[in-house]
Write a new protein. Sequence first.
Length: 277
Amino acid sequence: MTMTKLRRTKSALLQVLFVVIGVAIAFPVLYALCASFMKPTEIVGLNPKVIPTGGSLRNYLEVFETTNILRQSWNSIVITVVTTFLRLFVAALAAYAFAFFDFPGKRLFFYLTICTMLIPGEATLLTNYETVSGLGLVNRYMGSIIMFIGSGTAVFIIRQYFLNLPRTLYESAVIDGCGSFRFFLTIVLPLSKPVLSASAINGFVQIWNQYLWPKLIATRPEMFTVQVGLAQLNSTEGSAYGVILAAAVVALIPTLVFFVVFQKQIAGGMIAGSIKE
């Protein structure tokens, strides 16, 4: 009886702890949403508010009237969607080769791919810029896209999932005359929807939030992404925190929409993509 009570108490304490952690994580986002409807005096006044007293769309109207956030959001959407698709396709092809084929240097190439996960992007920033600039891709979508197509993390996660697929599927397909690429498109990819969806959403969020490279590769305002636009708004608007937070909320909408739509796939991919050797 004592052990049962102890377990119940432990379970209740863990639930309370998780609720506190969840509130702590969600509070900054919820406060930013509330503050985007506040007047400046409600945010930085003598008696700052947590919840807006009246609620006004003035900050959002000012964002759309004084900034180019729609064009910046469109730039971010184009770059993020195209890059996510190309990254997923390239990573899936590489993972397919590592999981289903034997070739000289396979283990070495896989380890080298994993090692790229340890190299910070800032370490290759200068050389990458010189390469992209030499190709004439400055102020072009492809200049931002090409930087993020390769992902050692995506290759690793998808490869681990492919290893869970029965090897007999490939052997049976070969016997029936199915080519390797056809097998990849018609059998492997449909069976791997959970991990592909999870990798796609994780890549989408990562690419959407990029700031340093898009800032470096775009010198014309019409080519800025929404993250670059937010940083400039923060420097030009000064203490107009309501306007800045309203712009941040607008920039957050696409990632929230993608998460809500694909949350089941994300959870399924994280579970199904567990590491296996």
